[in-house]
Design a protein. Structure first.
Length: 88
């Protein structure tokens, strides 16, 4: 879930990303959560954004659904996405 949230955050215009980041932190860290928990969330989001830019610099899609299954020790991930118009 955090990876999806971080990916989608990167699809927002830069001026809106701080607000989205705060919403993500609020969703993953309880109000009485530690600063260390917030730091871990921020580090993971930075890592995901760095990899997204490096590996998929021209992919303009948000993740809207996913299905994760583990069957006989094998992981299967199916992702549903939606294109973002180029004018946004």
């Amino acid at each position: 879930m955090l990876t999806i949230a971080a990916w989608n955050k990167g699809m927002f215009p830069s001026e809106k990303q701080d607000g989205v980041e705060k919403d993500i932190i609020d969703a993953f860290v309880p109000p009485d959560g530690s600063a260390e928990s917030v730091a871990v969330i921020l580090e993971v989001m930075d890592l995901i954004e760095e990899r997204r830019k490096r590996l998929f610099p021209n992919l303009r899609k948000i993740i809207v659904t996913y299905d994760l299954k583990v069957v006989k020790g094998r992981l299967s991930l199916n992702v549903g996405s939606a294109a973002i118009p180029t004018d946004r």
